[in-house]
Design a protein around this ligand. Structure first.
Ligand code: FE2
Ligand code: FE2
Length: 307
């Protein structure tokens, strides 16, 4: 695909409101012009496109800054209770998907980092203030094995748990969100389909798989704006219980609370997809299976934010 185009998520486009850039839809290997800048996209047309499975529009790369401004306006609208909660939640979920896709790139420049941080703060405020927000975001995402959606879900869940728990500084919240967005980036280096259930992997593949947290750290070390805490969160996201996880068999219960939140959110989302359970129906069986592996209070908070 030509690099003159930039993909954007359809749920970030607001219906019946002028869109300040041209929109294109992919047809085969081509981009077909869809709407002109400053035209509205009617709500009904958007719904039809979504119904047909369209997930992304394309814009000219030259319009990226206009899109970021548009996205910011959309995130400011997350608190607008006149807009249906499910539409706002879909917008928040799609913004998180964009965040996952661009997280590595956004850590390269001060503009990228600050812009990303602003987006995460607005989503954090949304899940912190609206009881229904995280539930609607998870419903919008559906049960998905896709790594991008998994990382977005883990980010939303981590922010919801941390907001409910309270006590984390703004900086710690941002680092937690970045750690969540990037936690599985090391899977890019695996040479096999990592969506295969773990117990179906060969012994060699299992060893490779268990290295993915540290592969992620190796990929990101030395990048500007990546703090030791973000690297620590990535390194430890598969640790749980008293040395039950990997790669270093750490005692999770003795680790900083943000590490515990990320590990819990990560395990819980995988549990939901592996068992094919809606998140609110997964809390009780998860509690039964993992009570000794996570802080009881944190699991209770997870239950509260999903109830
Ligand atoms: Fe992982
Ligand atoms: Fe994960």
């Amino acid at each position: 695909m030509s690099k003159d185009y930039y993909s954007i998520r359809i749920n970030t486009i607001r219906g019946s409101e002028p869109v300040p850039f041209d929109l294109y839809v992919p047809v085969g290997a081509k981009y077909v012009h869809y709407t002109h800048a400053h035209d509205d996209v009617e709500e009904e047309r958007l719904k039809t496109l979504k119904k047909h499975g369209l997930k992304k529009f394309f814009i000219l790369s030259a319009d990226e800054q206009k899109y970021l401004k548009y996205l910011e306006d959309g995130l400011n609208g997350l608190s607008n209770k006149d807009v249906n909660i499910n539409d706002r939640a879909s917008r928040a979920n799609d913004t998180l998907l964009i965040s996952v896709e661009n997280a590595e790139r956004n850590l390269e420049t001060e503009f990228g980092y600050n812009n990303q941080r602003m987006q995460l703060e607005k989503i954090s405020k949304f899940v912190g203030e609206e009881r229904q927000a995280i539930k609607s975001m998870l419903a919008s995402a559906g049960l998905s094995m896709d790594t991008t959606q998994h990382s977005a879900t883990v980010t939303g869940l981590s922010l919801a748990i941390a907001n409910k728990l309270g006590g984390l500084t703004k900086e710690e919240m941002t680092e937690l969100a970045y750690g969540a967005l990037l936690h599985d980036i090391g899977k890019q280096r695996l040479k096999f389909d990592y969506n295969i259930p773990f117990d179906k992997l060969t012994p060699d593949q299992k060893t490779q798989y268990k290295a993915h947290p540290l592969e992620g750290v190796a990929l990101l070390s030395g990048k500007p704006f990546i703090s030791p805490r973000i690297l620590g969160l990535i390194a430890s996201h598969e640790e749980y219980g008293e040395g039950r996880g990997y790669p270093e068999k750490k005692n999770l219960n003795k680790m900083d609370i943000s590490y515990q939140i990320l590990s819990l959110a990560n395990k819980f989302d995988r549990f939901c997809t592996d068992k094919n359970l809606e998140p609110n129906k997964a809390v009780d069986p998860f509690f039964d299976q993992y009570i000794s592996h996570y802080d009881e209070n944190l699991i209770a908070i997870l239950g509260t934010v999903l109830s």
